[in-house]
Design a protein around this ligand. Sequence first.
Ligand code: TYM
Length: 357
Amino acid sequence: MATDHPQSAPGTAAAAAPGRAHGTRPRVLSGIQPTAGSFHLGNYLGAVRQWVALQESHDAFYMVVDLHAITVPQDPAELRANTRLAASQLLAAGLDPDRCTLFVQSHVPEHAQLAWVMNCLTGFGEASRMTQFKDKSAKQGADRTSVGLFTYPILQVADILLYQADQVPVGEDQRQHVELTRDLAERFNGRFGRTFTLPAAYIVRETAKIYDLQDPAAKMSKSAATPKGVISLLDDPRATAKKIRGAVTDTDTVIRFDRETKPGVSNLLTIYSTLTKEPVADIERKYEGKGYGALKTDLSEIVVDFVTPFRERTQEYLDDPETLDGILAKGAEKARAIAAETLERTYERVGFLTAKH
Ligand code: TYM
């Protein structure tokens, strides 16, 4: 599995990080928004799948980012339900509360507190150049865009720096935010003394960007114009199978991986290969002389076999909110212990008078 983490070998930054014990496992941190209800296949293959694997080798922190979710208008009851739903899906995907720290962002007030400090360190022009903000605000217009959406990446910076994360497992669309995190960490360290670990994006090349089944030039996204090209993991599996059978391919019939000239087929091959762990070359060989129909039918089955138990496990967590809330409370407690230490050091570095309670 080719990954992309430009920084030093895992562990080196961890050993030197302030507030971190020597010899500990490298730390990863990541987050997912609870905005859409169901995760889609891009979320799973691009990020969550890596989260599950990394909890075995890393000191792992994963959160449901509800503070980020209110940067666009939200319905309070829906947000609450979707936050539980997101946590349930993460557990259904394989996160194990004994192996990682799973929590809800708003349960750890230090995120908003560190974000303020980071806001004051960020240039207005620098924040204006964030492409996700530019895209979203262009779509909805300046008057309907909140200041929260503008400072969204800076809250994400705080998320990462609070835990002195070494690596941040995400999809390609988050790379710029991780780069901003490095820039701000360097700036802070340069101005106030070494305080933050410089994190690296952990991006698996093959699945860095899963594409929309109807528009293979666009990434699969919860805000897609139509749900037809988006595989929502909690959808009825029959609807999912139908979407795959209806995926846009090309007028050729050869099953070959080529992102440039055959983006639709290549996307299907990526999904097939990651879910079955079969190398793409083997799959190409298997379907030699067969049409796209055969590939799509088999892939529908593979995806349905994946989503069916996933949906069931998600429902089991949803049916037991007491257990779920207990897991999240424990996670928040563990996260807070670390976040509070980083925030205290940061406050001291910037020159705030120590509070005497
Ligand atoms: P979010 O909620 O949009 O997406 C969650 C994760 O899914 C990845 N992803 C994809 N990967 C491959 N192909 C796709 N089509 C695709 N669509 C989504 C995203 O890259 C992401 O890793 N800003 C973040 C959440 C966040 C965060 C953080 C992440 C908040 N704080 C701190 C890391 C560290 C977001 O909106 O992800």
